[in-house]
Design a protein around this ligand. Structure first.
Ligand code: SF4
Length: 395
């Protein structure tokens, strides 16, 4: 349900709320967009979200739910490192959210995994908070970037936490593993190392980059295709890989479900530790203040953020894309890539993704595999899949 047409378009209500509950981290990851990239605003944030802000945030989400008759919302606890808030604080927050919001509330936490000890996991399980863990692969891969400030590799601590999370006691709240691609690591060794933790889902993310701050490597498509082939060819599904599952759904003409692929309107909004309402968190990787809306939960509703130019750009699909993307044969599947990856200093976001060539190659490969299987089975093909057959880079 929506609130009606505004400014000639139909705004789509927010359904995913990222709460940056703790602004500091116990790791110092080299690629972190919060601490290591353009926007250093975290320095002025309170360490932990204050009770008045959590209570008001819960009320604001409830207000949005009622306004748009939403039946469910996702609340994702983020940071910094969100588990630095501690089990008691998380219990109070979850209580406020479950009490205030008149809809199903799916709470999850995205953690670096170093604080997943039995007492913390018991609290998360009692609160029905699902746990996603960020990890880049084996010890060597993790040690490249995910270190403590004193230089110590975080792998052993995360490994202990993941073993606990995968145990019979806590498996029910195991959400999955999120891996930021590093092409310097062997792709199959990385995939195998992550599979060893038995994740229900695996996310593979491209590192945040844009035309003015290029990716740290090359060959992302080849790296991902190697894992795709291993995953797709397995006699039984080893895990759900969200990127590949999403691409397959899109090449078959489905709507897509994650921001950064396809043309579905983005419905994710962020509340900073101090209560300010922000756009997609990873916009911090573009330039200082790129994610700012000028709104705050104490004084503004989430509806006010629906009218923000960046929300509009993230919701209007084709109309926000560059001319190159609009002409591109895989546009409906790619969607121009993740919004922050389109940025060029002084020229805004109306560009193809800085990963354009990789996205084109990956999509063409996945579509080719699906096409071959469909041909073998005699199934008919959908429009998006047909368009990929003639795909060539538009640039
Ligand atoms: S492949 Fe490149 S040109 Fe095509 S939609 Fe994606 S980013 Fe745009």
């Amino acid at each position: 349900m929506t609130n009606g047409r505004r400014h000639g378009r139909e705004p789509v209500p927010f359904q995913q709320f990222i709460l940056k509950v703790h602004s500091r981290c116990n790791l110092s990851c080299s690629y972190c967009y919060v601490y290591e990239m353009a926007d250093q605003a975290w320095r002025s944030q309170p360490r932990r979200m204050a009770p008045a802000i959590t209570a008001r945030t819960a009320e604001r989400i409830a207000e949005h739910v009622k306004q748009h008759n939403l039946s469910a919302v996702d609340v994702i606890l983020h940071g910094g490192e969100p588990l630095l808030t501690g089990p008691e604080w998380l219990t109070e927050l979850a209580g406020s959210l479950y009490t205030a919001i008149p809809a199903r509330v799916n709470i999850s936490v995205q953690t670096n995994g170093t604080l997943l000890r039995p007492a913390m996991l018991r609290a998360l399980k009692d609160l029905c908070i699902r746990v996603g863990v960020s990890l880049d692969g084996d010890a060597e891969a993790t040690g490249r970037h995910r270190r403590y400030r004193n230089g110590r590799n975080s792998f052993d601590d995360v490994s202990d936490g993941l073993r606990l999370l995968d145990s019979a006691e806590f498996r029910s709240v195991y959400g999955g593993i999120l891996c930021t691609v590093d092409v310097h690591n062997d792709p199959v060794a990385t995939y195998q190392a992550l599979l060893d933790f038995n994740p229900p889902t695996l996310d593979l993310l491209l590192p945040h980059a844009n035309w003015s701050c290029p990716p740290p490597g090359t060959g992302y498509a080849d790296w991902l295709i190697t894992i795709f082939e291993r995953w797709y060819s397995a006699p039984e599904q080893e895990t759900q890989v969200r990127l590949f599952a999403e691409l397959i759904q899109l090449v078959l003409g489905g709507p897509g479900a994650v921001e950064g692929l396809g043309l579905r309107p983005a419905t994710l909004i962020v509340v900073e530790t101090d209560g300010s309402i922000k756009q997609l968190d990873s916009l911090s990787s573009a330039y200082p203040g790129a994610g700012d809306t000028g709104l705050h939960v104490l004084t503004s509703s989430f509806d006010a953020a629906l009218d923000h130019p960046t929300t509009i750009a993230r919701q209007i699909g084709v109309a926000a894309l560059s001319p190159e993307c609009q002409r591109c044969p895989v546009m409906q599947i790619c969607g121009g890539g993740l919004y922050p990856h389109r940025y060029r200093s002084g020229a805004g976001f109306r560009h193809p993704s800085v990963y354009c060539d990789d996205l084109m190659r990956l999509i063409t490969h996945v579509a080719g595999r699906i096409r071959a299987d469909m041909d073998r089975l005699g199934a008919s093909m959908s429009a998006p899949l047909d368009s990929v057959s003639t795909a060539r880079s538009p640039q």
